[in-house]
Design a binder for this molecule. Structure first.
Ligand code: SAH
Ligand code: SF4
Length: 475
Protein backbone atom coordinates (compact mmCIF):
# COMPACT_ATOMS: atom_id res chain seq x y z
CA UNK A 1 0.00 0.00 0.00
CA UNK A 2 2.80 2.39 0.91
CA UNK A 3 4.68 1.58 -2.24
CA UNK A 4 1.61 2.39 -4.29
CA UNK A 5 1.00 5.59 -2.30
CA UNK A 6 4.53 6.60 -3.30
CA UNK A 7 3.66 5.92 -6.94
CA UNK A 8 0.63 8.21 -6.59
CA UNK A 9 2.71 10.97 -4.97
CA UNK A 10 5.22 10.65 -7.77
CA UNK A 11 2.45 10.68 -10.40
CA UNK A 12 0.84 13.83 -8.96
CA UNK A 13 4.13 15.70 -8.75
CA UNK A 14 5.16 14.69 -12.27
CA UNK A 15 1.86 16.09 -13.50
CA UNK A 16 2.79 19.44 -11.95
CA UNK A 17 6.17 19.45 -13.62
CA UNK A 18 8.39 18.21 -10.78
CA UNK A 19 11.04 15.69 -11.75
CA UNK A 20 11.88 12.55 -9.86
CA UNK A 21 15.53 11.83 -9.11
CA UNK A 22 15.48 8.12 -8.41
CA UNK A 23 19.24 7.96 -8.05
CA UNK A 24 19.00 10.44 -5.18
CA UNK A 25 16.14 8.64 -3.50
CA UNK A 26 17.51 6.86 -0.49
CA UNK A 27 15.98 3.44 -0.98
CA UNK A 28 14.88 1.83 2.24
CA UNK A 29 18.32 0.44 3.00
CA UNK A 30 20.55 3.18 1.64
CA UNK A 31 21.18 4.57 5.09
CA UNK A 32 21.05 8.00 6.57
CA UNK A 33 24.66 8.90 5.73
CA UNK A 34 23.95 8.64 2.04
CA UNK A 35 21.04 11.03 2.43
CA UNK A 36 23.15 13.62 4.16
CA UNK A 37 25.77 13.26 1.44
CA UNK A 38 23.32 13.93 -1.40
CA UNK A 39 24.95 16.51 -3.60
CA UNK A 40 28.45 15.55 -2.60
CA UNK A 41 30.79 13.81 -5.04
CA UNK A 42 28.59 14.45 -8.03
CA UNK A 43 25.63 12.59 -6.55
CA UNK A 44 22.19 13.83 -7.51
CA UNK A 45 21.11 16.69 -5.26
CA UNK A 46 17.35 16.97 -4.89
CA UNK A 47 15.47 20.13 -3.88
CA UNK A 48 12.67 18.22 -2.17
CA UNK A 49 12.72 15.01 -0.21
CA UNK A 50 9.57 13.08 0.68
CA UNK A 51 9.69 10.36 3.28
CA UNK A 52 6.78 7.93 3.16
CA UNK A 53 6.65 6.05 6.43
CA UNK A 54 5.39 2.70 7.71
CA UNK A 55 4.35 2.11 11.29
CA UNK A 56 3.83 -1.65 11.33
CA UNK A 57 6.92 -2.33 13.41
CA UNK A 58 9.11 -0.34 15.72
CA UNK A 59 12.33 -0.54 13.70
CA UNK A 60 10.74 1.54 10.92
CA UNK A 61 9.92 4.24 13.50
CA UNK A 62 13.49 4.29 14.67
CA UNK A 63 14.94 4.43 11.19
CA UNK A 64 12.63 7.28 10.28
CA UNK A 65 13.80 9.49 13.13
CA UNK A 66 17.43 8.61 12.37
CA UNK A 67 16.92 9.68 8.77
CA UNK A 68 15.13 12.85 9.78
CA UNK A 69 18.03 13.77 12.05
CA UNK A 70 20.45 13.45 9.13
CA UNK A 71 18.40 15.78 6.94
CA UNK A 72 19.26 18.70 9.19
CA UNK A 73 22.73 18.60 7.60
CA UNK A 74 21.29 19.13 4.14
CA UNK A 75 19.19 22.03 5.42
CA UNK A 76 22.30 23.64 6.88
CA UNK A 77 24.08 23.36 3.52
CA UNK A 78 21.07 24.19 1.38
CA UNK A 79 18.49 26.38 3.18
CA UNK A 80 15.84 26.07 0.46
CA UNK A 81 15.76 22.29 0.74
CA UNK A 82 12.21 20.99 1.40
CA UNK A 83 11.55 18.08 3.75
CA UNK A 84 8.13 16.38 3.51
CA UNK A 85 6.95 13.53 5.70
CA UNK A 86 3.88 11.37 5.18
CA UNK A 87 2.48 7.85 5.56
CA UNK A 88 1.10 5.81 8.42
CA UNK A 89 3.37 7.22 11.09
CA UNK A 90 1.84 10.68 10.61
CA UNK A 91 -1.51 9.23 11.69
CA UNK A 92 -0.11 8.72 15.18
CA UNK A 93 -0.37 11.68 17.52
CA UNK A 94 2.80 10.89 19.49
CA UNK A 95 4.83 10.85 16.26
CA UNK A 96 3.55 14.16 14.85
CA UNK A 97 3.93 15.81 18.26
CA UNK A 98 7.57 14.73 18.33
CA UNK A 99 8.18 16.02 14.79
CA UNK A 100 6.48 19.34 15.49
CA UNK A 101 8.48 19.82 18.67
CA UNK A 102 11.90 18.51 17.81
CA UNK A 103 12.36 18.62 14.03
CA UNK A 104 11.86 22.24 12.95
CA UNK A 105 13.41 21.52 9.55
CA UNK A 106 10.35 19.49 8.49
CA UNK A 107 8.35 21.62 6.01
CA UNK A 108 5.28 19.58 5.08
CA UNK A 109 3.41 16.99 7.13
CA UNK A 110 0.51 15.04 5.66
CA UNK A 111 -1.20 11.75 6.44
CA UNK A 112 -2.67 8.73 4.69
CA UNK A 113 -6.06 10.39 4.18
CA UNK A 114 -4.94 13.50 2.34
CA UNK A 115 -2.28 12.33 -0.08
CA UNK A 116 -4.27 14.02 -2.86
CA UNK A 117 -3.76 17.42 -1.16
CA UNK A 118 0.02 17.15 -1.16
CA UNK A 119 0.84 19.03 -4.40
CA UNK A 120 -1.28 21.97 -3.18
CA UNK A 121 0.35 21.81 0.24
CA UNK A 122 3.75 22.01 -1.42
CA UNK A 123 2.69 25.09 -3.34
CA UNK A 124 1.33 26.57 -0.14
CA UNK A 125 4.74 26.06 1.44
CA UNK A 126 6.45 27.98 -1.36
CA UNK A 127 3.88 30.78 -1.00
CA UNK A 128 4.46 30.87 2.79
CA UNK A 129 8.19 31.09 2.18
CA UNK A 130 7.82 33.87 -0.36
CA UNK A 131 5.61 35.85 2.03
CA UNK A 132 7.97 35.30 4.94
CA UNK A 133 10.94 36.31 2.76
CA UNK A 134 9.20 39.51 1.71
CA UNK A 135 8.22 40.37 5.25
CA UNK A 136 11.73 39.76 6.49
CA UNK A 137 13.29 41.65 3.61
CA UNK A 138 11.13 44.66 4.40
CA UNK A 139 12.07 44.60 8.06
CA UNK A 140 15.68 43.60 7.85
CA UNK A 141 18.84 45.50 7.06
CA UNK A 142 20.24 44.47 3.69
CA UNK A 143 23.52 43.19 5.15
CA UNK A 144 21.85 40.72 7.48
CA UNK A 145 19.28 39.52 4.92
CA UNK A 146 21.13 36.35 3.99
CA UNK A 147 21.33 35.26 7.61
CA UNK A 148 17.64 36.03 8.17
CA UNK A 149 16.68 34.05 5.10
CA UNK A 150 18.54 31.08 6.53
CA UNK A 151 16.65 31.42 9.82
CA UNK A 152 13.32 31.42 8.01
CA UNK A 153 14.21 28.19 6.27
CA UNK A 154 14.77 26.36 9.51
CA UNK A 155 11.84 27.87 11.37
CA UNK A 156 8.39 26.41 11.86
CA UNK A 157 6.61 29.55 10.59
CA UNK A 158 6.22 28.40 7.02
CA UNK A 159 5.37 24.77 7.68
CA UNK A 160 2.27 23.27 6.08
CA UNK A 161 0.85 20.62 8.38
CA UNK A 162 -2.44 18.79 7.76
CA UNK A 163 -3.35 15.33 8.98
CA UNK A 164 -6.93 14.01 9.18
CA UNK A 165 -8.26 11.17 11.36
CA UNK A 166 -10.18 9.50 8.56
CA UNK A 167 -11.41 10.25 5.06
CA UNK A 168 -15.03 11.06 4.17
CA UNK A 169 -14.76 9.68 0.70
CA UNK A 170 -12.39 8.08 -1.76
CA UNK A 171 -10.67 10.50 -4.13
CA UNK A 172 -10.75 9.08 -7.64
CA UNK A 173 -8.61 9.79 -10.67
CA UNK A 174 -5.23 10.35 -9.04
CA UNK A 175 -2.35 9.66 -11.42
CA UNK A 176 0.28 7.09 -10.46
CA UNK A 177 3.78 6.69 -11.78
CA UNK A 178 4.30 2.95 -12.28
CA UNK A 179 7.61 1.25 -11.69
CA UNK A 180 6.90 -1.14 -14.60
CA UNK A 181 5.12 -0.41 -17.85
CA UNK A 182 3.55 -3.85 -17.98
CA UNK A 183 2.23 -4.24 -14.46
CA UNK A 184 0.43 -2.11 -11.97
CA UNK A 185 -1.05 -1.94 -8.51
CA UNK A 186 -4.74 -1.04 -8.27
CA UNK A 187 -6.28 -0.04 -4.96
CA UNK A 188 -9.72 -1.54 -4.57
CA UNK A 189 -10.35 -0.64 -0.96
CA UNK A 190 -8.81 1.40 1.82
CA UNK A 191 -8.62 0.97 5.58
CA UNK A 192 -9.35 -1.98 7.83
CA UNK A 193 -12.10 -2.89 10.31
CA UNK A 194 -10.52 -5.99 11.76
CA UNK A 195 -8.58 -4.65 14.72
CA UNK A 196 -6.24 -7.58 15.13
CA UNK A 197 -4.99 -6.95 18.64
CA UNK A 198 -1.35 -6.35 17.62
CA UNK A 199 -1.94 -4.18 14.58
CA UNK A 200 -1.74 -0.41 14.13
CA UNK A 201 -3.23 -0.34 10.62
CA UNK A 202 -6.90 0.27 11.56
CA UNK A 203 -5.74 3.32 13.52
CA UNK A 204 -3.53 4.73 10.77
CA UNK A 205 -5.56 3.82 7.68
CA UNK A 206 -9.05 4.34 9.09
CA UNK A 207 -12.25 2.37 8.45
CA UNK A 208 -12.79 0.14 5.45
CA UNK A 209 -13.97 1.87 2.29
CA UNK A 210 -14.44 0.10 -1.03
CA UNK A 211 -14.13 1.79 -4.40
CA UNK A 212 -17.03 1.68 -6.81
CA UNK A 213 -16.63 -1.38 -9.12
CA UNK A 214 -17.06 0.70 -12.30
CA UNK A 215 -14.20 2.97 -11.23
CA UNK A 216 -11.93 -0.02 -10.69
CA UNK A 217 -12.90 -1.65 -13.99
CA UNK A 218 -12.39 1.53 -15.95
CA UNK A 219 -9.00 2.11 -14.27
CA UNK A 220 -7.92 -1.41 -15.23
CA UNK A 221 -9.17 -0.93 -18.81
CA UNK A 222 -7.17 2.28 -19.09
CA UNK A 223 -4.09 0.57 -17.68
CA UNK A 224 -4.44 -2.26 -20.19
CA UNK A 225 -4.74 0.30 -23.00
CA UNK A 226 -1.48 1.75 -21.66
CA UNK A 227 0.35 -1.58 -21.91
CA UNK A 228 -0.40 -3.18 -18.55
CA UNK A 229 -0.71 -6.97 -18.60
CA UNK A 230 -0.83 -7.72 -14.90
CA UNK A 231 -2.71 -5.97 -12.10
CA UNK A 232 -2.33 -6.53 -8.38
CA UNK A 233 -5.47 -5.54 -6.52
CA UNK A 234 -4.57 -3.89 -3.26
CA UNK A 235 -6.29 -3.59 0.08
CA UNK A 236 -5.66 -4.45 3.72
CA UNK A 237 -8.31 -7.12 3.45
CA UNK A 238 -9.32 -7.37 -0.21
CA UNK A 239 -11.79 -10.18 0.28
CA UNK A 240 -13.99 -8.08 2.50
CA UNK A 241 -14.43 -5.75 -0.50
CA UNK A 242 -18.03 -4.49 -0.71
CA UNK A 243 -18.50 -2.17 -3.65
CA UNK A 244 -21.73 -0.52 -4.69
CA UNK A 245 -22.18 0.10 -8.41
CA UNK A 246 -24.03 2.98 -10.08
CA UNK A 247 -27.21 0.91 -10.11
CA UNK A 248 -26.95 0.41 -6.37
CA UNK A 249 -26.05 -3.26 -6.63
CA UNK A 250 -23.62 -4.73 -4.12
CA UNK A 251 -20.48 -6.39 -5.43
CA UNK A 252 -18.22 -8.65 -3.43
CA UNK A 253 -14.59 -9.40 -4.17
CA UNK A 254 -15.36 -12.47 -6.27
CA UNK A 255 -17.79 -10.50 -8.46
CA UNK A 256 -15.00 -8.06 -9.12
CA UNK A 257 -12.55 -10.83 -10.04
CA UNK A 258 -14.99 -12.28 -12.58
CA UNK A 259 -15.57 -8.85 -14.13
CA UNK A 260 -11.83 -8.14 -14.41
CA UNK A 261 -11.23 -11.59 -15.86
CA UNK A 262 -13.34 -10.51 -18.84
CA UNK A 263 -11.13 -7.56 -19.76
CA UNK A 264 -9.45 -8.19 -23.11
CA UNK A 265 -5.70 -7.72 -23.11
CA UNK A 266 -5.32 -8.25 -19.37
CA UNK A 267 -3.25 -11.39 -18.75
CA UNK A 268 -2.81 -11.73 -15.01
CA UNK A 269 -4.72 -10.78 -11.90
CA UNK A 270 -3.19 -10.94 -8.42
CA UNK A 271 -4.35 -9.53 -5.11
CA UNK A 272 -2.99 -8.72 -1.71
CA UNK A 273 -3.87 -9.20 1.10
CA UNK A 274 -6.70 -11.58 1.74
CA UNK A 275 -7.82 -12.49 5.23
CA UNK A 276 -8.47 -16.19 5.94
CA UNK A 277 -11.70 -15.41 7.79
CA UNK A 278 -13.19 -13.92 4.58
CA UNK A 279 -11.92 -16.46 2.06
CA UNK A 280 -15.16 -17.77 0.59
CA UNK A 281 -15.75 -21.01 -1.32
CA UNK A 282 -16.80 -18.86 -4.27
CA UNK A 283 -13.45 -17.11 -4.33
CA UNK A 284 -11.65 -20.46 -4.11
CA UNK A 285 -13.73 -21.64 -7.06
CA UNK A 286 -12.78 -18.49 -8.99
CA UNK A 287 -9.13 -19.59 -8.89
CA UNK A 288 -10.13 -22.62 -10.95
CA UNK A 289 -12.56 -20.79 -13.23
CA UNK A 290 -10.84 -17.47 -13.98
CA UNK A 291 -7.88 -18.22 -16.21
CA UNK A 292 -6.35 -14.79 -15.53
CA UNK A 293 -6.39 -15.18 -11.76
CA UNK A 294 -2.87 -16.41 -10.95
CA UNK A 295 -2.37 -19.70 -9.10
CA UNK A 296 -0.94 -17.94 -6.12
CA UNK A 297 -2.35 -16.62 -2.88
CA UNK A 298 -0.78 -14.70 -0.03
CA UNK A 299 -2.76 -15.90 2.97
CA UNK A 300 -1.33 -14.60 6.24
CA UNK A 301 -1.65 -17.14 9.01
CA UNK A 302 0.19 -15.14 11.71
CA UNK A 303 0.47 -18.11 14.13
CA UNK A 304 -0.19 -21.83 14.28
CA UNK A 305 -1.88 -22.03 17.67
CA UNK A 306 -5.63 -21.46 17.90
CA UNK A 307 -5.17 -20.04 21.38
CA UNK A 308 -2.72 -17.39 20.11
CA UNK A 309 -4.93 -16.66 17.07
CA UNK A 310 -7.82 -16.01 19.43
CA UNK A 311 -5.83 -13.52 21.47
CA UNK A 312 -4.72 -11.90 18.21
CA UNK A 313 -8.41 -11.48 17.35
CA UNK A 314 -7.88 -13.16 13.98
CA UNK A 315 -11.27 -14.91 14.05
CA UNK A 316 -10.18 -18.25 12.58
CA UNK A 317 -8.65 -21.33 14.16
CA UNK A 318 -5.69 -23.42 13.09
CA UNK A 319 -8.13 -26.08 11.86
CA UNK A 320 -10.17 -23.59 9.84
CA UNK A 321 -7.00 -22.27 8.20
CA UNK A 322 -5.76 -25.75 7.29
CA UNK A 323 -9.19 -26.53 5.87
CA UNK A 324 -8.92 -23.45 3.60
CA UNK A 325 -5.51 -24.58 2.37
CA UNK A 326 -6.90 -28.03 1.62
CA UNK A 327 -9.79 -26.51 -0.37
CA UNK A 328 -7.45 -24.20 -2.31
CA UNK A 329 -5.21 -27.10 -3.27
CA UNK A 330 -8.21 -29.19 -4.19
CA UNK A 331 -9.43 -26.43 -6.54
CA UNK A 332 -5.96 -25.78 -7.98
CA UNK A 333 -3.40 -28.51 -7.24
CA UNK A 334 -0.46 -26.27 -8.23
CA UNK A 335 -1.56 -23.36 -6.07
CA UNK A 336 1.44 -21.51 -4.60
CA UNK A 337 1.01 -20.16 -1.10
CA UNK A 338 2.83 -17.50 0.85
CA UNK A 339 2.13 -16.10 4.27
CA UNK A 340 2.91 -13.65 7.05
CA UNK A 341 3.98 -15.52 10.15
CA UNK A 342 5.23 -14.25 13.44
CA UNK A 343 6.86 -15.23 16.71
CA UNK A 344 6.73 -13.72 20.16
CA UNK A 345 3.13 -12.62 20.49
CA UNK A 346 2.45 -11.96 24.22
CA UNK A 347 1.86 -15.21 26.07
CA UNK A 348 3.20 -17.42 23.24
CA UNK A 349 4.45 -20.62 24.90
CA UNK A 350 7.04 -23.03 23.53
CA UNK A 351 4.11 -25.36 22.76
CA UNK A 352 2.30 -22.57 20.83
CA UNK A 353 5.46 -21.91 18.88
CA UNK A 354 5.89 -25.63 18.12
CA UNK A 355 2.39 -25.50 16.61
CA UNK A 356 3.48 -22.64 14.31
CA UNK A 357 6.41 -24.74 13.08
CA UNK A 358 4.14 -27.78 12.61
CA UNK A 359 1.62 -25.75 10.64
CA UNK A 360 4.36 -24.43 8.37
CA UNK A 361 5.56 -27.99 7.73
CA UNK A 362 2.03 -29.10 7.00
CA UNK A 363 1.15 -26.26 4.60
CA UNK A 364 4.60 -26.16 3.00
CA UNK A 365 4.59 -22.49 2.04
CA UNK A 366 6.37 -21.36 -1.10
CA UNK A 367 7.56 -18.28 0.74
CA UNK A 368 6.89 -16.29 3.88
CA UNK A 369 7.34 -12.91 5.47
CA UNK A 370 8.57 -13.70 8.96
CA UNK A 371 8.17 -11.20 11.78
CA UNK A 372 9.13 -10.68 15.39
CA UNK A 373 6.19 -9.31 17.32
CA UNK A 374 6.71 -5.61 17.95
CA UNK A 375 4.42 -3.87 20.48
CA UNK A 376 2.66 -0.90 18.88
CA UNK A 377 1.55 1.82 21.32
CA UNK A 378 -2.23 2.18 21.23
CA UNK A 379 -3.00 -1.44 20.32
CA UNK A 380 -4.46 -3.84 22.93
CA UNK A 381 -1.61 -6.37 22.70
CA UNK A 382 0.95 -3.71 23.63
CA UNK A 383 -0.75 -3.60 27.05
CA UNK A 384 -0.74 -7.38 27.62
CA UNK A 385 1.37 -8.27 30.61
CA UNK A 386 2.91 -11.50 29.37
CA UNK A 387 5.29 -9.94 26.80
CA UNK A 388 7.94 -12.36 25.57
CA UNK A 389 11.60 -11.49 26.36
CA UNK A 390 13.62 -10.37 23.33
CA UNK A 391 16.13 -13.22 23.51
CA UNK A 392 13.29 -15.79 23.43
CA UNK A 393 11.67 -14.01 20.47
CA UNK A 394 14.96 -14.01 18.57
CA UNK A 395 15.70 -17.64 19.30
CA UNK A 396 12.23 -18.65 18.02
CA UNK A 397 12.55 -16.33 15.05
CA UNK A 398 15.80 -18.02 13.96
CA UNK A 399 14.19 -21.44 14.16
CA UNK A 400 11.17 -20.21 12.21
CA UNK A 401 13.27 -18.63 9.45
CA UNK A 402 15.35 -21.79 9.16
CA UNK A 403 12.20 -23.89 8.73
CA UNK A 404 10.55 -21.51 6.24
CA UNK A 405 13.72 -21.21 4.15
CA UNK A 406 14.24 -24.97 4.04
CA UNK A 407 10.66 -25.48 2.86
CA UNK A 408 10.96 -22.68 0.26
CA UNK A 409 14.15 -24.25 -1.10
CA UNK A 410 12.46 -27.66 -1.31
CA UNK A 411 9.41 -26.22 -3.05
CA UNK A 412 11.61 -24.35 -5.54
CA UNK A 413 13.70 -27.45 -6.24
CA UNK A 414 10.54 -29.18 -7.46
CA UNK A 415 10.35 -26.62 -10.30
CA UNK A 416 13.60 -27.78 -11.92
CA UNK A 417 12.80 -29.33 -15.29
CA UNK A 418 9.44 -27.58 -15.58
CA UNK A 419 8.56 -25.04 -18.25
CA UNK A 420 6.97 -21.89 -16.78
CA UNK A 421 5.21 -18.94 -18.35
CA UNK A 422 7.21 -15.91 -17.20
CA UNK A 423 6.16 -12.28 -17.47
CA UNK A 424 9.49 -10.55 -18.08
CA UNK A 425 10.16 -7.62 -15.72
CA UNK A 426 13.38 -6.53 -17.41
CA UNK A 427 17.16 -6.67 -17.06
CA UNK A 428 18.58 -7.94 -13.82
CA UNK A 429 20.05 -5.03 -11.87
CA UNK A 430 23.14 -6.95 -10.82
CA UNK A 431 24.04 -9.38 -13.61
CA UNK A 432 24.44 -8.00 -17.13
CA UNK A 433 22.78 -9.94 -19.94
CA UNK A 434 20.37 -11.48 -17.46
CA UNK A 435 16.65 -10.81 -17.27
CA UNK A 436 14.18 -11.60 -14.57
CA UNK A 437 10.48 -12.08 -14.32
CA UNK A 438 7.76 -13.87 -12.42
CA UNK A 439 5.92 -17.10 -13.00
CA UNK A 440 2.20 -17.24 -12.42
CA UNK A 441 3.02 -18.64 -8.96
CA UNK A 442 5.01 -15.44 -8.25
CA UNK A 443 8.37 -17.27 -8.41
CA UNK A 444 11.24 -15.01 -9.37
CA UNK A 445 13.14 -16.44 -12.37
CA UNK A 446 16.53 -15.29 -13.72
CA UNK A 447 17.49 -16.17 -17.28
CA UNK A 448 19.55 -14.93 -20.20
CA UNK A 449 17.70 -13.04 -22.89
CA UNK A 450 17.38 -9.83 -24.89
CA UNK A 451 16.14 -6.70 -23.11
CA UNK A 452 13.51 -6.19 -25.85
CA UNK A 453 11.32 -8.97 -24.46
CA UNK A 454 10.63 -6.94 -21.29
CA UNK A 455 6.88 -6.94 -20.70
CA UNK A 456 6.28 -10.09 -22.74
CA UNK A 457 5.17 -13.45 -21.41
CA UNK A 458 7.64 -16.14 -22.47
CA UNK A 459 8.35 -19.82 -21.81
CA UNK A 460 11.32 -20.51 -19.58
CA UNK A 461 12.64 -23.94 -18.69
CA UNK A 462 13.75 -24.04 -15.07
CA UNK A 463 17.29 -25.37 -14.74
CA UNK A 464 18.33 -24.47 -11.18
CA UNK A 465 16.69 -23.44 -7.93
CA UNK A 466 17.62 -21.42 -4.84
CA UNK A 467 15.78 -20.54 -1.65
CA UNK A 468 14.28 -17.33 -3.04
CA UNK A 469 14.51 -17.69 -6.82
CA UNK A 470 14.78 -19.96 -9.84
CA UNK A 471 17.16 -19.90 -12.78
CA UNK A 472 16.12 -20.93 -16.26
CA UNK A 473 16.63 -21.03 -20.00
CA UNK A 474 14.53 -19.00 -22.41
CA UNK A 475 12.82 -21.32 -24.88
N1 SAH B 1 -3.93 -6.87 6.30
C1 SAH B 1 -2.95 -7.86 6.24
C2 SAH B 1 -1.63 -7.48 6.85
C3 SAH B 1 -1.17 -6.11 6.92
S1 SAH B 1 0.18 -5.80 7.95
C4 SAH B 1 -3.43 -9.10 6.98
O1 SAH B 1 -4.27 -9.03 7.81
O2 SAH B 1 -2.89 -10.12 6.72
C5 SAH B 1 1.40 -6.89 7.31
C6 SAH B 1 1.93 -7.84 8.33
O3 SAH B 1 2.65 -7.15 9.31
C7 SAH B 1 0.88 -8.61 9.12
O4 SAH B 1 0.39 -9.71 8.43
C8 SAH B 1 1.62 -9.00 10.37
O5 SAH B 1 2.21 -10.28 10.28
C9 SAH B 1 2.70 -7.94 10.48
N2 SAH B 1 2.46 -7.13 11.66
C10 SAH B 1 1.40 -6.35 11.91
N3 SAH B 1 1.50 -5.79 13.13
C11 SAH B 1 2.65 -6.26 13.66
C12 SAH B 1 3.31 -6.07 14.91
N4 SAH B 1 2.80 -5.30 15.86
N5 SAH B 1 4.49 -6.69 15.11
C13 SAH B 1 5.02 -7.49 14.16
N6 SAH B 1 4.44 -7.72 12.98
C14 SAH B 1 3.28 -7.11 12.73
FE1 SF4 C 1 -3.89 -5.35 10.63
FE2 SF4 C 1 -5.52 -7.38 11.01
FE3 SF4 C 1 -6.32 -5.31 9.52
FE4 SF4 C 1 -4.45 -6.98 8.60
S1 SF4 C 1 -6.57 -7.50 9.07
S2 SF4 C 1 -4.40 -4.75 8.55
S3 SF4 C 1 -3.33 -7.51 10.45
S4 SF4 C 1 -5.88 -5.29 11.70
Amino acid sequence: MNEHDSEVISGMLSQRGYMEMPEAAPQAHAGADRIADAGADGMADPDIMIINTCSIRDNADQRFFGTLGQLKKIKARKPDFVVCVCGCMMQQEHITTRIRRSYPWVDVIFGTHNIHEFPDMLEELYENRAKADNAKAAATQADSYARAKHEIRSSKDTRVDRVYDDADEIVEGLPAKRLYRHKSFVNIMFGCNNFCSYCIVPYTRGREKSRCPEDIISEVRNLVADGVKEVTLLGQNVNSYRGVDREDRQWDFTDLIYALNDIDGLERIRFMTSHPKDLSDRLIEAFAKCEKLCNYIHLPVQAGSSEVLKRMNRRYTREKYLELVRKLREAVPDMALSTDIRVGFPGETEEDFAQTLELAEEVRYDSAFTFLYSPRPGTPAAEYEDQIPEHVKHERFNRLVETMNRISAEKNAAYVGRVCRVLVDGPDKKASGMLNGRTEEFKLVDFEGPEEITGQTVDVEITESNTFSLRGKLL
